[in-house]
Design a protein around this ligand. Structure first.
Ligand SMILES: Cc1cc2nc3c(=O)[nH]c(=O)nc-3n(C[C@H](O)[C@H](O)[C@H](O)COP(=O)(O)OP(=O)(O)OC[C@H]3O[C@@H](n4cnc5c(N)ncnc54)[C@H](O)[C@@H]3O)c2cc1C
Length: 234
């Protein structure tokens, strides 16, 4: 049974940073990830792909609505969504590949599979082909992150009711796009699809959007997004 000083379960920003640091400190380190790529939600289906689409959709909106005001004439502005998605996937790949390289540089052993603590100091890794491997460790770091939750009245079907993960991969612009929740993720994805041509409505059960920000900022953001064409029901 292979022995480590520290085993980290989960390779998102929490896990991979911990692994790098442990490696730098000279600890024999392993990281376990159940998904194919390292980097967790943030790199694969969170911060990075959403920012890639925000940037692309911003360029599209500029070309379509703003350029003319600057005296820039762009004829026939069309959306090539598959190409936009390809660019996003390429950006994600660069980042996740970077994390894999960082694991190597810092001598961190990578295991692909579902990590489970089976006893004190013992972790099993169940890979997708059903094989299980046991490893021993002095320390364990849980960095398993979070996953989208379903609402009881709107269960995900992957087609018309989706989580943020699927909303990052649409191959066609939805005609109408309803977002439940006016937090950062809902507003970002609402902005992307609004800029790309969807009729976007945001539903929020609190009396304001972007809770957690100053009220002044929330109000300003709502005004700006309304001006861009988004509808809010608070
Ligand atoms: C659309 C979207 C946009 C976002 N944008 C931003 C942003 O701009 N800025 C920002 O700061 N945050 C953003 N976030 C939030 C950010 O993604 C999370 O805060 C961050 O990913 C949390 O990191 P983590 O390491 O804790 O967990 P995660 O990134 O969720 O990583 C956990 C990892 O653990 C793995 N795992 C879980 N259980 C096991 C197991 N038993 N065995 C093996 N592996 C396991 C998972 O597969 C996953 O890869 C965004 C999130 C979303 C969904």
């Amino acid at each position: 049974m292979e022995k480590f000083d520290v085993v980290i379960i989960g390779s998102g920003p929490g896990g991979y940073i911990a692994a790098i640091r442990a490696g730098q400190l000279g600890l024999k380190t392993a990281i376990i990830e159940k998904d194919k790529e390292l980097g967790g939600t943030c790199l694969n289906v969170g911060c990075i792909p959403s920012k890639a689409l925000l940037t692309s959709s911003d360029h599209f909106m500029f070309a379509k609505k703003e350029a003319e005001k600057h005296g820039i004439v762009i004829d026939n502005v069309n959306l090539d969504l598959p190409k936009m998605q390809q660019r996003k996937d390429k950006v994600v790949k660069t980042f996740t590949g970077g994390v894999r390289a960082l694991m190597k540089t810092n001598k961190v052993t990578t295991f692909e599979g579902l990590g489970m603590i089976t006893a004190p100091g013992k972790v099993s890794v169940k890979s997708s082909n059903g094989q299980t491997q046991e490893i021993e460790t002095k320390n364990i770091v849980l960095a398993t992150g979070s996953a989208p939750i379903e609402l009881p009245f709107a269960k995900f079907d992957g087609k018309t009711i989706v989580s943020s993960t699927e909303a990052l991969t649409f191959t066609e612009t939805p005609k109408k796009f309803l977002v439940i929740g006016a937090g950062a993720i809902g507003l970002e994805l609402g902005s992307v699809w609004n800029r790309l041509g969807s009729e976007v409505t945001i539903l929020e059960f609190l009396p304001r959007i972007a809770v957690g920000f100053d009220l002044e900022l929330s109000n300003l953001l709502q005004r700006s997004l309304t001006a861009q064409g988004m509808t809010f029901h608070l």
